[in-house]
Design a protein around this ligand. Structure first.
Ligand code: ZN
Length: 250
């Protein structure tokens, strides 16, 4: 006969039970996925570039000589996406295929990001003039907070400096006629909270420019020029921010 066995007491289990409850409580405190960023909370030093291919779906845009604007804008936008990614930018496309998207929806995509740059790609068409060259538009006035009624501060640059950087690259890289930067009340730039531009990459009713736009190599150069403009503007802003930080610390 061995030593007498201690009678089982529930009380002796209590410390273990307590430990299990503690572990369960800790587990409940661990945040569970999916870890998608909340709109408006995405912050990064490098802005998200929102690339908007104009038109799409039932909205063809201009049509000349067998070319449709919505297809030209998408092709150029996809090239721009690739080139910007190569330069280290995060890129968000408003469309990646042939579909119709409301203008406000295009702005809303960009307004989800705390730091963004918005580039809309279009091609000109004119019934009244032969038309020649490239031009870059920005908002004459920003509607803060986009289509939502939220009151948010307008950006320091409503697009003028951004437009200048892009236009400068377009003119120097393409050798195209410089029509300059222009203030206009286009919905996509007006309702986009971040600095936003709308690029008109040539006239489809101008036979010489239409011939160029038909060439994939030319559209690649056009996309490269826009990507360079975006990069230059980003660098310029980063330098200004750094200078501002130094001035503050003095
Ligand atoms: Zn257009």
């Amino acid at each position: 006969m061995g030593p007498p066995r201690r009678p089982f007491r529930f009380v002796s289990l209590l410390p273990y039970l307590g430990l299990i409850l503690l572990l369960l409580w800790l587990w409940s405190m661990v945040p569970k996925g999916p870890f998608l960023p909340e709109p408006g909370t995405i912050e990064s030093a490098t802005p998200v570039v929102v690339v908007d291919a104009g038109h799409g779906g039932h909205d063809n845009g201009a049509m000349r000589g067998g070319l449709v604007e919505k297809a030209l804008t998408l092709d150029t936008a996809l090239r721009l996406e690739r080139l910007l990614k190569q330069r280290g930018f995060t890129v968000v496309m408003t469309r990646r295929d042939d579909r119709f998207i409301e203008l406000y929806e295009r702005s809303r995509v960009a307004n989800q990001y705390a730091r963004a740059l918005f580039v809309s790609v279009h091609f000109n068409d004119s019934a009244t003039e032969s038309g020649e060259g490239v031009e870059t538009f920005f908002a004459s006035e920003k509607v803060a907070g986009g289509a939502s009624r939220k009151v948010e501060p307008p950006p320091a640059d409503k697009g003028a400096a951004f437009a200048q950087a892009v236009q400068r690259s377009l003119v120097s890289r393409l050798g195209a006629l410089d029509r300059g930067t222009k203030e206009r009340s286009f919905a996509v730039v007006r309702h986009t909270r971040c600095p936003a531009v709308l690029v008109e990459g040539g006239f489809m009713n101008n036979p010489a420019e239409l011939r160029l736009l038909k060439e994939p190599a030319y559209r690649e150069r056009l996309a490269a020029a826009i990507a360079e403009g975006v990069t230059n503007y980003h660098r310029q802003r980063a330098m200004e921010a750094a200078k501002g930080a130094v001035a503050k610390s003095k």
